[in-house]
Write a protein that binds this ligand. Structure first.
Ligand SMILES: [Mg+2]
Length: 243
């Protein structure tokens, strides 16, 4: 019989771990583009979509003026007679409407977090991104009620980003955990798995997102999961969780 390993806390990545970021972003961007075309942008949807993908890859997904940049890339005749601000506003509004309606966690995520929140485990977040944007996701995804309030670490707020090991070490030490007593669940083989393996955390790769489907890291995760039910099974089998 193998002895259970000691586990005192679990930190989660947000994007493509708690919800399908890729699927949500596509839907929100497509809806925004349709609204912009409806408001007077005379560009074929497919062309606008390709151009928006380029804007996002060139200026990053956290850039705040994607739609202004998008319009600027088309000839002036494409917005003939329409105030560009109206077209941008139409896109922004539709993007946010989609966010209000469609930003949901994977259903098993809430169910499993609810079970884990009844245990002594520290349950936290380590995420790379803008403070307000990532905090909004935590609240909107309705996971906050199940988390340990002082266990949320957002790279912009901490001032250290993935894959710098100092970010994960800061999270562990702030919660009184040794890295080997803490688990990290994420989808990115390099930023999540390699980075946490390097500092001795227990790594779990969540395989559901499409973004890193075919990506390989330098190291293997300790565990792989397809749903959070798989995670619960691991915690029960290898870490003596009785919940
Ligand atoms: Mg991720």
């Amino acid at each position: 019989m193998t002895e259970n390993r000691v586990l005192k806390g679990i930190f989660f990545d947000i994007d493509d771990t708690l919800y399908s970021t890729t699927e949500f972003s596509r839907k929100a961007r497509d809806n925004a583009l349709r609204a912009m075309i409806h408001a007077g942008l005379k560009v074929d949807f497919e062309e606008a979509s390709r151009e928006l993908d380029e804007v996002i890859s060139e200026f990053s997904s956290n850039y705040s003026s994607h739609f202004d940049k998008l319009i600027g890339r088309f000839p002036a005749s494409c917005i003939d007679g329409v105030n560009p601000a109206i077209i941008v506003a139409s896109g922004v509004i539709e993007y946010h409407q989609t966010k209000f309606a469609e930003l949901h966690p994977y259903p098993d995520v809430l169910e499993v977090l609810k079970i884990l929140s009844r245990t002594d485990l520290v349950l936290g977040i380590i995420t790379a991104g803008l403070t307000l944007k990532q905090a909004e996701k935590i609240v909107r995804l309705k996971v906050y009620d199940y988390l340990t309030p002082n266990a949320i670490f957002i790279s912009e707020q901490v001032g250290i980003s993935k894959p710098n090991g100092k970010l994960y070490l800061r999270a562990c030490s702030s919660c009184g955990l040794k890295p080997k007593e803490a688990m990290y669940v994420g989808d990115d083989p390099r930023n999540d798995i390699d980075a946490c393996n390097r500092i001795g955390m227990i790594t779990v790769r969540h395989n559901r997102g499409k973004k890193f489907e075919n990506a390989q890291g330098a190291t293997d995760p300790a565990y792989r999961i397809n749903t959070f039910w798989d995670l619960l099974g691991i915690l029960r089998a290898d870490f003596g969780l009785s919940a």
